[in-house]
Every structure is written in C-alpha cells, then in structure tokens.
Design a protein around this ligand. Structure first.
Ligand code: ADP
Ligand code: ZN
Length: 719
C-alpha cells in the first residue's frame, strides 16, 4: 500500500518509472518508522531514499549533510521537482535564515538541509526549535564522516549520536557510499541505532569502462585520448598542484577547455572553476584529489588518472565520479611501477608502524590492480567483498584482443637498425632512428643509412612494445650500466638472414563507444537532436541560475533524442520528467523535437520504449594456428607442470619458461603461475633499483641462484 503510493510519487514528482537497488526497501523501512543504514555507490540514488518518505510523512525531514557547497543545488533540484525544501548554513544572511525558520514553523516545508555543526550548536537552541515543530525523519548523508576509520572523518559528526536521545521516536536513515565494514560498524554504534536495518547495494558501476595504459609518453597519449571527446565533460587527476596547474595550461594551449582545481588556489578561483565545470561552461577540470567531495555532476564522461592513486578506495571513489547518470563513461589510468615506488614515501605514517604497514599494503594492491591481466571489475568488486559471477566484458582486459602475428619483417627492421648503428645506442635512439626522426640527436651519418626511417609506419609505443618482446624472446639484449644499449644476440643472425620467423604480439583494445551497450536504452539516440535539446536546457538553466542537470539530466535528454516524444502524454513517459517539469519545460522541448522530426521526416518512436534488457553476453575469441609456443601453453593449461612439459617435449625447462612468458601479457598465463608470489616483489624491486632496463643478467647476478632467468623475464614483461 505504502509502496504503491511511493511509486506514484516517484513517477509524478521525479519522473522515474521504477526504484533502483534498495531504494524500495529503505523507503519501506523508514515509512514503518524504523532506522536504517543505506550503503549505495555514488550515483546509486541515495537521496530518494529519504526524499520520498519526506513527502509521505507528516512533518519535517531534516537532512544533515557536510556538503555546504552542494546544499543550494540540492534544494534547487528538489524545488524544480515541486518539492518544498530549504537549507540553513553559514553562507546565508540572517534575514535569509529567518525566512527559513518561518517556513519551517508554517509547516509548509518538507525538507530542511543543515550542516552538522548547525544542528548541535551550544545550548541546544536548534534542537529545542526542532522539538517545537514536528520532525518526521532524520537523514544523515555521508554518514561515514562519523567514523575515524573512514577516509573523511569529521569530529562534528560525533555529536549526532545525541539525536536518538533527543528524538527517540523519530526514525533515522544514515547513508553513505563507503562499504568498509569497520566504518559501517562505527555508524551504527555512534548513532546508537543498533536495531537499524542494513541495506547494502552492489558497488558495481556497470556503465564505467575501466582502462589502464602504461605510463609512457602519457601527455601525447592524453591529447590523443581527449581529441574525440571535445564535447564531453571529464576530470583529470594529478598527484601534485604544480602538475595540475601546468597540465591545465598545456591543454588550454592545445585548444582544450580546461581549468585547474587544487588546494593551492585561492577559494574564489576554486569556487569559480568548480562552478564553471558544474554548469558545463568548462569541459575539463585538471585536479588534485582535493577536487571531488561533493561534486554532484551527473554527466562526467571520463576520469583520467595521470598518476597512481594511493589505494583502491581512492581509485574507486575518484573514478566513481564518472557516469552518475548511468550513461557509458570511462576511467583511464596511466600506470607504472615507478609510481608505486614514488608513493611509498607518502605511505609512511610517521611514528605509526602498523598504520604505515596498512598504507603500504593498500598501495601494493593498487599496484597489483595496475598490473592486472584479468578482469578489472572483478578485482575491484572482490576488493569490496563482492563476487562477480563472470568477467565483465566492460574493461580493457576483457576487451583486449591479442593478435599474434608474423613479426619477422618488423624484427628484421629492428635488428638491422641495431646492427647498422653499431650496437651502441639505447632504445629511444633506435626508435627515433627507425621512425626517421628529424631530431638533432640523430647523427648525420645515420641519416644516410638505408634503415633510417624504415619504421615510420609503426608508432613509438608499438616499437617500444616490439623491442620489449624481442628482448624477452632473446633476439636482442640490453647491456647494463647507466646508459644501457641494445645489442644483438647469438639468435639475431638467423632472423636477419630470414632463417627464423619471429612472432610478435599486437595488442588492441576494442572500445565500444556506442551508448547502446550500457545505456538503459536499446536504441541509438540522435546526436544532433541531443545537441539541440542541450541548448534549450542551457537557456533554462541560465534563466533560473541553476546547473543544467537541475533542469534535466543528460540521461533524460538522451531518452528524448531516442524516443522522440511528440506530445505531452508521450513526454510524460520519458524517465526524469515529473509533473512539475512537464508543466515548466515540456512545451519548449516538445517544440524542438517536433521541429526536428519535421525537418528530418521522422515521427515519434515512443512505442519502442520498453523496460530494461539483459546485457549482451561476451563472445570468446579464438586464436590462430598452433605454434611451438601454443603447444607449451596448451600443455600448461591442461595442468602439466613446467618440468613435465619440458620433459615430454624434450626441451630445456628454461625454454618452456620462455614460451610461457609470452602469454603473460595476454593473461593466458598468470605471473604467479610462473613465479612464486613472495619472489615477485623481490624481483621487481631488484629490477627497479638496479635500473637495468631490459637487461636480465645484472638482475640475475644480483639475486643469485634462487632466481631463474625465466622468473626474472616473467616479472620483467609485466613492468
Ligand atoms: P547518490 O546520492 O547515491 O550519489 P543521487 O541520489 O544523487 O545519488 O542520484 C543519482 C542520480 O540518479 C540522480 O540524477 C537521480 O535523480 C537519479 N535517480 C535516483 N533514483 C532513480 C530511479 N529510481 N530511477 C532513475 N533515476 C534515478
Ligand atoms: Zn572485465
């Protein structure tokens, strides 16, 4: 009964057809006047869990939120759905505050947002005031702030424990996007709501595509990445203020619409940049982690990490700012083990050994995530104690196509470049040489060689990968020392003479940028109509001085640009169009759509609008013909050990290791299949600290007999 009414309100007032995740259960609990704790990922829809009961219960719902900067937008958004709401915080004049008090007394107001310090001021004045009016519900947003285990502890939240004492009969709902069990426990204890029902939603963010690239030439790579995304909003995270500042400036020089945000900027500039971003007036924010808490922008299409986050929690939270509207979005991280080492210093908590250890462990897990060859989402969810039944099909590793191809010609080009230049040069030089670089560093006598420029058709990054592969396969080697050079090996000659074919890997990531895969919509939307609708929205947003999403979210506009509602009753079927918005905005949006349809000979497609569909199943790719490597791989997969394979094939153990190492990049063989886990870290540290590039010998010498060439090579290919 109650829920039927709640559903009506969901549609009429907010314009949505059905509840998400645990919204329905949470609402039901609150309506029965019981306490509850709601854990839902960012963008999951926590607000409706208290907003809908607020409308159904007699009296006032008090929302406690630490995000003063957000209160106005939240209240504007509610008002725009026809809900009577207000906020009280230090940013208001006393006159404005008096008006709010009057509105509360008059009983008109359904929701009041306050900061925690305001609620529990000395003398309990405000509490007394609340007692004099009728409070129906307390909602505590960002409830993890109450826990010192959390990443955002706020001492003033501790005081909220008193609420239950003052208002034992008023239900309390605590909401957070932090899944940690310790934090959860603290929330219940400190708010003294031990009988609270607990609703934990999945932390999966299915519409975010996770992607990691090696941190190498990351700036040009970033430009390449941003180019096709000029129309989209995104956040780029950097470790330091300086790099945020200079990256934003560089991007502006390249014609991108980017502004910096970090704690070193004065408050005015920071607020201005943030607000321009929220209003879609600037597309890209280049930020340190200071940016984000309280960013309620639903159409962030990508989040890029130029540097490694300190732990999985931060990564999840920062990438989680993408795609709150449910549309397809991306998270891209530039990863290197060098970053892990760099961050080790920061992980040290002075005078606290055990805390330092926890931080280091978290950092190493972050490193493992960067290095992962299997499904990223599975790993992430696992970290938060959740299981994914099958690989997601929506991360780089699930979408990586490893094509093994005949790389003989490429190998010959690389080897002859090494030979012709006298085996005296390093990797960068050779790649520049092969690509015919005009740089002054290339010696004049080399520019006359036949091999100069024969590799222009291969990108720098690909050359880098091919060299790495050639070294791993023993066709080339790298010397030790401060300036390691690439040299030929006893296997080189046969390749140069064309006696040995060479197989190389080509790695491509299939990106599915069509919204159809994950958007709730089954059909393609009309991009140009969407752009027109955005203009209409901007005009309303400007006139009302609110962020565009307060008018309609991107998801709502995309539905319009998909189903082409031509009449008011069709418009009502679009998700996000409630009664008030229908009244206020429908006419203008309808006019734009009808006009577009006339121009393009289209009619309404509203009858295509059906409930959600199942996500596509992933198809499995198959490989090429069998090579000697494949034979070893197949035997390995069938459960034989490396010595057994060696024995049965009549080859050396090290040969089998070499075969199998080749399948590490593709994830067909896992690093820990070949190297004991406790050895991996030691090998990795040795490689890093010796700074030996691709040279294996010095690492072997350093580590001694307990470590084989095969093990070192295996770790090397993951770095
Ligand atoms: P959170 O506070 O959990 O980060 P919000 O409450 O801000 O998330 O909701 C995120 C977005 O999802 C908002 O645009 C909201 O209007 C929308 N939303 C919430 N519940 C639903 C629903 N049941 N159906 C469709 N959209 C919803
Ligand atoms: Zn995956």
């Amino acid at each position: 009964m109650n829920i039927t009414r709640a559903k009506e309100i969901l549609k009429r007032q907010f314009g949505y057809d059905s509840f998400r995740m645990n919204q329905e259960q949470a609402i039901e609990t609150v309506l029965q006047k019981n306490d509850c704790v709601v854990l839902m990922p960012t963008g999951g829809g926590k607000s409706l869990c208290y907003q809908i009961p607020a409308l159904m219960l007699d009296g006032l719902t008090v929302v406690i939120s630490p995000l003063i900067a957000l209160m106005k937008d939240q209240v504007d958004a509610l008002k725009n759905n026809g809900v009577e709401a207000a906020f009280l915080n230090s940013s208001q004049t006393s006159r404005e505050q008096t008006e709010v008090f009057q509105a509360v007394r008059s009983g008109k107001l359904k929701l009041l947002y306050v900061a925690p310090e305001r609620l529990l001021q000395t003398g309990d004045q405000f509490i007394d005031f609340l007692k004099s009016v009728s409070v129906s519900l307390f909602a505590i947003d960002e409830a993890h702030c109450i826990s010192s285990w959390g990443h955002d502890f706020r001492p003033e939240y501790i005081q909220l424990g008193k609420l239950k004492r003052y208002f034992p009969d008023v239900p309390l709902i605590a909401l957070t996007a932090t899944a940690d069990k310790l934090v959860r426990h603290d929330i219940v204890e400190r708010l003294t709501i031990r009988n609270a029902a607990l609703f934990v939603s999945s932390f999966n963010r299915p519409n975010i595509f996770y992607k990691i690239e090696q941190k190498r030439n990351s700036y040009p790579r970033l430009l390449e990445y941003l180019e096709p995304r000029r129309q989209e909003s995104g956040i780029i995270y950097c470790l330091s203020r300086n790099s945020a500042e200079s990256l934003a400036a560089d991007l502006r020089d390249e014609g991108f619409d980017a502004l910096p945000y970090h704690a070193g900027l004065d408050k005015e500039t920071r607020d201005k940049n943030q607000s321009l971003f929220l209003k879609d007036e600037v597309k890209i924010i280049v930020a340190t982690i200071a940016f984000g808490m309280g960013i309620d922008k639903s159409n962030v299409r990508f989040v890029v990490h130029m540097d490694l986050p300190k732990n999985i929690e931060s990564y999840y939270q920062e990438t989680g700012r993408a795609g709150r509207d449910g549309l397809q979005s991306e998270a891209l991280l530039f990863f290197s083990w060098g970053d892990v080492n760099k961050l080790k210093g920061f992980a040290e908590v002075e005078g606290n050994k055990s805390q330092s250890e926890i931080m280091l462990k978290k950092l190493n897990t972050m490193g493992a995530f960067g290095d992962l060859k299997t499904c990223r989402r599975r790993f992430l969810l696992n970290y938060f104690s959740e299981d994914l039944i099958e690989d997601c099909g929506r991360c780089d590793n699930c979408n990586t196509v490893f094509e093994r191809f005949d790389g003989t010609i490429i190998a010959q080009k690389a080897l002859s470049a090494v030979a012709r230049t006298g085996q005296r040069f390093g990797l960068s030089y050779l790649i520049d040489f092969l690509r015919g670089s005009q740089a002054k560093t290339i010696r004049d006598e080399h520019k006359n060689l036949k091999t100069y420029g024969i590799g222009v058709d291969v990108s720098k990054n690909n050359w880098f990968d091919y060299f790495k592969d050639l070294i791993a396969q023993g066709y080339l080697a790298q010397t030790e020392g401060t300036y390691p050079t690439i040299v030929l090996t006893d296997q080189s000659e046969a390749v140069l003479k064309g006696q040995t074919p060479v197989e190389l890997f080509k790695v491509t990531i299939r990106e599915d940028r069509k919204p159809s895969l994950v958007s709730p919509l089954e059909h393609e939307y009309l991009k140009d109509l969407f752009d027109e609708l955005r203009l209409v929205r901007t005009a309303f947003a400007k006139a009302e001085n609110v962020p565009p999403y307060v008018v309609f979210s991107d998801a709502t506009l995309i539905e319009m640009a998909t189903y082409l509602p031509n009449k008011e009753d069709e418009m009502r079927k679009i998700s996000g169009v409630g009664d008030l918005k229908l009244q206020k905005y429908a006419a203008d949006f309808l006019e734009t759509i009808v006009d577009y349809c006339d121009r393009n000979n289209l009619t309404s497609r509203i009858n295509l609008k059906t409930p959600k569909r199942e996500p596509k199943k992933r198809t499995i790719r198959d490989g090429n013909g069998q090579t000697t490597y494949d034979v070893s791989l197949d035997m390995f997969k069938s459960g034989l050990s490396i010595p057994e394979i060696a024995e049965s094939r009549g080859v050396a153990v090290s040969t089998v290791e070499t075969h199998l190492v080749r399948f590490i990049p593709s994830g067909e063989v896992r690093l820990d299949d070949l190297v004991a886990t406790d050895k991996i870290e030691t090998i990795r540290n040795a490689i890093t600290s010796l700074n030996a590039g691709f040279a294996i010998a010095p690492v072997k010498e350093f580590l001694g007999d307990n470590y084989s060439y095969g093990e070192i090579r295996a770790v090397l290919v993951t770095m």
